[in-house]
Write a protein that binds this ligand. Structure first.
Ligand SMILES: Nc1ncnc2c1ncn2[C@@H]1O[C@H](COP(=O)(O)OP(=O)(O)OP(=O)(O)O)[C@@H](O)[C@H]1O
Length: 262
């Protein structure tokens, strides 16, 4: 049994549809509760797929995957009681475009209320407080009543992060959470993710194409190349030559697979 909050993967194999190669091949990976991890690697390396696996949304993989004390089943959805402990910031934000910022952030509280009460729009003061705080954290409180489809890309990304924070999850999975943000906003969002995760001893795993920017906010980098872990260590061990090696190898691997990029 792994300690509560930890992630433990063993002999993971996964491929999409009729792909000939595995998208993920991970022999072993353990992440302790409260650890902050950045997933890096070239486009197509498998970062989003790994996050989906840990989020319990991937089907048809082999091996063993235990997250927050729950053994995930490759064929089934995890239970609702588990799901509310895991917050996900989607790469494409996954917001309800015609709803306001506040309504979207409130969706982060759905796992905390009875489904029938949420349908009636009955949320508690605690839910409202969590929503207000999350909107303030990402500096979107002034936009609370604005429809999401009237926002910029960076503002939408902050709403997606606020929705996740409002959920108060024990595990935060964030797929490129700063990709649409200017450098100053990116730093402030990374600070909030780090501080909010630390305050609750929540585990944070984010993917990013900006290793230099995220290095100050994580204690561990995991680099993927073609679904395999090619580096796993603290930021101060990710020297420039290793980093350029990771991306050079990835470029070479992709060159061998031109059909994927046709
Ligand atoms: N739904 C899907 N069906 C088929 N193939 C997929 C699907 N999603 C991803 N892939 C393929 O799986 C591989 C890994 O994709 P993934 O999105 O996990 O990479 P990534 O490292 O997150 O990339 P990026 O940095 O561009 O977001 C890629 O070759 C991609 O084309």
């Amino acid at each position: 049994m792994t300690p509560a909050g930890a992630i433990s993967l063993g002999d993971i194999g996964f491929r999409y549809g009729r792909e000939t190669r595995n998208t993920l091949s991970i022999s072993e990976l353990h992440i302790k509760a409260g650890q902050r991890v950045a997933l890096i690697g070239a486009s197509g390396a498998g970062k989003s797929t790994l996050l989906k696996l840990i989020d319990g949304r991937l089907r048809g993989w082999s091996g063993s995957c235990r997250v927050l004390g729950q053994r995930l089943d490759p064929q089934r959805q995890p239970p609702r009681s588990w799901r509310r402990k895991v917050g996900f910031v989607f790469q494409e934000f996954a917001l309800v475009q015609r709803e306001t910022v506040r309504r979207n952030v409130l969706h982060g509280r759905l796992g905390h209320v009875e489904p029938v009460l949420s349908l009636l729009g009955r949320f508690t003061d605690k839910d409202d407080h969590a929503v207000d705080r999350a909107m303030c954290d990402v500096h979107m409180d002034a936009f609370a009543d604005k429809r999401v489809d009237r926002l910029s890309g960076g503002q939408r990304q902050r709403v997606a992060i606020a929705r996740c924070l409002a959920q108060t999850p024990r595990l935060i999975l964030a797929d490129e959470p700063i990709s649409s943000l200017d450098p100053m906003t990116a730093q402030s969002i990374l600070t909030i993710l780090r501080d909010r995760a630390s305050a609750r001893n929540a585990t944070l795993i984010l993917s990013s194409h900006q290793p230099a920017l995220v290095a100050d906010y994580v204690d561990r980098f995991i680099a993927l190349d073609a679904g395999r872990i090619v580096f796993d260590g603290p930021p101060d061990q990710l020297h420039e030559h290793r980093l350029s090696g990771i991306y050079r190898n990835a470029a070479a691997t992709q060159h061998e697979r031109p059909h994927e990029f046709a």
